[in-house]
Design a protein around this ligand. Sequence first.
Ligand code: DGY
Length: 328
Amino acid sequence: MKKHVLLYKKLSPVLMDRLQQQAEVTLIDELNAEGLQALRQALPRAQGLLGASLRLDAELLDLAPQLQAVASVSVGVDNYDIDYLTRRGILLSNTPDVLTETTADTGFALILATARRVVELANMVRAGQWQRTIGPLHFGSDVHGKTLGIIGMGRIGEALAQRGHCGFGMPVLYHSTRPKPAVEQRFNARYCSLEQLLQEADFVCLTLPLTDQTQGLIGRRELALMRPESIFINISRGKVVDEAALIEALQERRIRGAGLDVFEREPLAPDSRLLQLPQVVATPHMGSATHETREAMARCAVDNLLAALAGKRPPNLVNAQAWTGQPG
Ligand code: DGY
């Protein structure tokens, strides 16, 4: 008998077809109030879940006694209560690798956009305010040759380092849980303390996951270590940063600008003080949002889910302790 999958993210026809060949699928079109109600009603039958951007906590998952696997269409797994899933033996999988390069592209887009004031100046042109050759008031700062600081040297951090080092001749500093000699060799990167990175880098880029240890990692004290000409970039998770402290640092010109793809609360409120600051480039959590990458992520999630439901170890298992089959 086919397993029952609850899908809360639309798939391409090819992937939907593939999933439906092997599972009975209930699709929740949108996670609005109506969709959430339908999700709650379908959870009691669900053996597999596939989707993203939904906080799946114990309260919700208690409604799904038959659940065997959750396939997240994301690399970040901060939306899940992993301990709870593991205790229940539910396999959680994610989609690493396929989004690495695209997310690093987004990081670099934010670096360039903030340093060269791309959005601000493009808006000026669009508003018909380009009336003469621009002068120092509108100049930005160089990117090439400046020091790139990366906090969290995982896959995305490495891809960012590659862009900075190979494409823009940037010296690379990094801070992560441990030094990575291979990265140092490939990108001539230097491992340093968080404090040193904040003091020395021209671009401070966050690429680390949100965990109990990283929540609030960048607060008032850390921002105070940055220089007035340095720029803050966040493509990880909003909660890694104390957003109020960041706004203060920007308002008081203690740092030059910020390129932010993630926020404490998403979607960002239209009246957020961040949006009143021209030196902020804010994007809508679009790190991996290209047609190619989102399709690859969905394919990866379908692979993970079908493997799990067939009793096989999903290729991207997050909670290895929940796996009771053959060692992977
Ligand atoms: C991810 O995959 O974690 C991206 O940030 C989208 O949520």
